[in-house]
Design a binder for this molecule. Structure first.
Ligand SMILES: Cc1cc2nc3c(=O)[nH]c(=O)nc-3n(C[C@H](O)[C@H](O)[C@H](O)COP(=O)(O)OP(=O)(O)OC[C@H]3O[C@@H](n4cnc5c(N)ncnc54)[C@H](O)[C@@H]3O)c2cc1C
Length: 448
């Protein structure tokens, strides 16, 4: 089965409707092209707030928008739900898992990234990572059920394991997760249990490098660590996780003996690898990939020898080209993916018009991370220099920036209301857990 169009407009296929793909499709709104946007999910996901779903602060629809609805007014876009299994650059065709083939004149590959367990994929079952809504539901279930199990547990050691939460990886996601789990324990749950004190829960953040938030300036990293510790999180830097199983984590500190932490809820926030589609594309085109599996692209984001294929966002190992300066690697963040989406679309239109394409230039507006209620760090890149601050005003800045960048008026309003109510009540309302029976059966299976 092959998709077809009945006009002679150039066919642009975009794989993935994350930040990069969405922006590329939008940038082609008024162009005389036929766009096919294919994604394996039916929604665009605002990943920076995914940890809020994983920690019961927001419900899924607040941070996910139906792709079809987003493009209802853009007549040149056809949205397809399907998983791309291969790209055939010779036939200029994208192959979907269900057998459908999508011919293209121009292809934008924006399939993003996935978790990396550094070759220890068996750890995934014990320490889920956070990338999709399903991941967020799974982590939320594990966090809430750990408290439920603790309430019923009579053995003190087993109860302690239920009340020990381990987050592996001290990047922005790990810091946000650890801070918020500590808040759930100390702010949300006290008073709701009769046999345990949720505030006695231990939250540990394990990081292999010397500091958390390595991409931030050192002073902001240290402030973030202090804010985490104030919330009760035990931050263990220079510590590598060497083994993970159903009920524990083994940690090897830089100096000293390895030790084991018994925990019923382990979250993986340590590694990112490019979508496997990058490897397939590299094999098919002769392009190279870096250690994380990202595809090395030309300055204009296309593949060497294949100017009709652009790779953008987290899947691309791209460089920023500023005239008169050395090219610099582009970070794997949402503003970069959005800028690449717009740049790739503009270059497609230049190619169609017979004009030369332009190299990609990344405009860095800085970095933010939140640690918990009233706590965040901000490193703003301003025309006059960098502007760093932390604490309450950084948290307010983080909050409004995220609401501003959320897609859709309704989503912004819902998040604003939910956060305002959570701020005053200290409640996290999205605490619904389903599939408890399956989860308990899985846990029993893992222990035998
Ligand atoms: C938990 C988390 C928190 C983050 N926090 C921040 C933050 O605070 N600030 C920030 O700037 N960045 C943050 N990021 C990073 C940011 O989300 C990414 O850099 C950005 O999403 C990359 O955009 P992308 O378009 O390349 O990929 P994505 O947004 O990941 O989109 C990829 C899309 O491709 C689809 N797809 C994948 N494979 C296929 C296939 N085979 N067939 C069809 N469709 C496919 C996926 O369903 C998805 O919709 C965070 C990421 C995560 C996971």
């Amino acid at each position: 089965m092959a998709a077809s169009t009945n006009n002679n407009k150039p066919r642009v296929v975009i794989i993935g409707c994350g930040f990069g793909g969405l922006e590329a499709a939008r940038a082609l709104a008024r162009a005389p092209v036929d766009v096919t946007l294919v994604d394996r999910t039916n929604h665009h996901l605002f990943q920076p707030l995914l940890y809020q779903v994983a920690t019961a602060g927001l419900s899924a629809p607040a941070i996910a928008a139906p792709i079809r609805h987003l493009f209802r007014k853009q007549a040149n876009v056809t949205c397809l739900l399907g998983e791309v299994s291969a790209i055939d650059p010779g036939a200029r065709q994208v192959q979907l898992k269900d057998g459908m083939a999508l011919p293209y004149d121009h292809l934008v590959v924006a399939a993003g990234a996935t978790h990396s367990y550094f070759g220890r994929d068996e750890w995934a079952a014990f320490a889920p990572g956070l990338k999709t809504l399903d991941d967020a539901f799974e982590i939320r279930r594990r966090i809430l059920l750990a408290f439920e199990s603790a309430e019923k547990e009579s053995d003190p050691r087993a109860r302690e394991a239920c009340l020990t939460f381990v987050v592996i990886g001290g990047g922005p996601t790990g810091v946000e997760m650890a801070g918020t789990v500590a808040e759930i324990a100390c702010d949300t749950l006290p008073g709701e249990f009769r046999h345990i004190d949720p505030a006695k829960a231990q939250v540990l953040l394990i990081e292999g490098s010397p500091r958390v938030l390595l991409a931030m300036p050192e002073d902001l990293s240290l402030r973030a660590q202090r804010q985490l510790e104030r919330l009760g999180v035990q931050v263990r830097v220079n510590s590598r996780v060497t083994s993970v199983d159903a009920g524990s984590v083994e940690v090897q500190p830089e100096s000293g003996a390895a030790y084991r932490i018994a925990s019923r809820c382990i979250v993986w926030a340590a590694g990112v690898a490019a979508s496997p589609l990058g490897r397939q594309l590299a094999d098919a085109t002769g392009a190279r990939t870096d250690r994380a599996g990202r595809v090395l692209v030309e300055p204009d984001l296309t593949l060497p020898g294949h100017p009709e294929i652009s790779v953008i966002g987290d899947l691309a190992a791209a460089q920023s080209h500023v005239p008169g300066k050395e090219p610099r690697p582009v970070p794997g963040v949402s503003p970069a993916a959005k800028q690449m989406g717009r740049a790739a679309a503009a270059n497609i239109l230049r190619r169609i018009a017979g004009q030369p394409t332009r190299p990609f230039r990344y405009r860095d507006y800085g970095n933010l991370a939140t640690i918990g209620r009233n706590a965040a760090v901000v490193d703003l890149a301003w025309r006059l220099g960098r502007f760093k601050f932390s604490g309450y005003f950084a948290w307010l800045f983080w909050l409004f920036a995220h609401i501003y960048f959320l897609i859709g008026f309704r989503n912004r309003l819902v998040v604003l209301i939910d956060w305002a109510s959570a701020y005053w009540s200290r409640q996290r309302y999205a605490r619904v857990v389903t599939g408890i029976e399956q989860q308990q059966a899985k846990a029993r299976g893992a222990q035998t």
